[in-house]
Design a protein around this ligand. Structure first.
Ligand code: PAF
Length: 279
């Protein structure tokens, strides 16, 4: 597994892969890897001959109230997991290589960036879209794997790649969950044992709400009841909403003409849990 920390060596490594006429897939990450990331590497491998992963904690997607400083970092553990997963190349640029002094270009994706995480974390999707665009262009990958866990991010990146005619296939990969339903996340490690025991309720409430809505229950009442259950259990919900799957537009009644998603974010102690499921 080759490790590249500057752009010239990345270009040389991807050129060598291409010379062997190999289709390259990219798994963008911010490190602190878990089984969800390993699933991305396996899914990427299924679509390409070679897999590159990037590890870059992107300062542009954290805002003032956000948690850049306490974002978990574990370079050695991450590299061991990527090696075991069969990754061919790891791109680990320092911040100055990604954003050299004088960098002045950002990517703003209107539409799916609006609302939900876009409201909770102003500027977050500008940072995500900008770094993903750069990662796509730096690696020249034909495929990029993204987890469905960050559903809004997946829609933002898919829209951005389509709008900018970047020749890359965005591969959605299903959320990996613990046995009790909790979606894997690098931030779960910050849950106390009591919070960890409560955390799966988010997915349970969502699953029951989705089933009720699919069975004809009124959307606003169902979501309000779900939110109240979360509050009673100690969550501070930011949102629990039914949306159009691609545009993230809120729905107060089911649509008959396209996929829908239930999206939620709720704070439990100091940890903000995100989840989404199809309806
Ligand atoms: O989902 C993440 O880990 C990040 O948002 C990503 C896609 C690697 C961009 O920094």
């Amino acid at each position: 597994m080759q490790i590249c920390r500057d752009l010239p060596s990345l270009r040389a490594a991807t050129a060598a892969l291409r010379a062997a006429s190999r289709r390259l897939a990219l798994v963008p990450t911010m490190g602190a890897l878990h089984e969800g990331h390993v699933a991305l590497v396996h899914a990427a491998r299924g679509e390409a001959d070679a897999v590159a992963a990037s590890i870059f904690v992107n300062p542009l997607q954290f805002n003032a109230s956000d948690d850049l400083a306490r974002y978990p970092r574990d370079e050695e553990g991450d590299l061991a997991k990527l090696r075991a997963a069969g990754c061919d190349l790891v791109w680990m640029p320092p911040v100055e290589a990604m954003y050299p002094p004088g960098s002045a270009t950002v990517i703003e994706v209107a539409g799916p960036s609006a609302g939900w995480e876009g409201d909770a974390r102003p500027g977050h999707f500008r940072g995500v879209a900008t770094v993903c665009c750069k990662l796509f262009l730096q690696t020249g990958a034909e495929v990029a794997a993204f987890g469905e866990k960050d559903w809004q991010q997946l829609q933002v990146v898919t829209r951005m790649a389509a709008d900018l005619d970047i020749p890359i296939h965005i591969l959605p990969v299903p959320t990996v969950r613990e046995a009790d339903g909790l979606a894997l996340s690098s931030r779960n490690r910050f849950l106390t044992p009591e919070e960890r025991a409560t955390a799966p309720l988010l997915h349970r409430v969502m699953t029951e709400a989705a089933a009720a809505i699919a069975g004809g229950a009124a959307v606003p009442g169902t979501l309000a009841a779900g939110g109240a259950r979360l509050v009673a259990a100690g969550f501070a919900p930011d949102y629990l909403a039914l949306v159009e799957a691609e545009t993230l537009r809120a729905l107060d009644a089911p649509r008959a003409d396209g996929p829908m998603r239930l999206v939620a974010a709720a704070r439990l102690g100091t940890v903000r849990l995100l989840d989404n499921i199809p309806v």
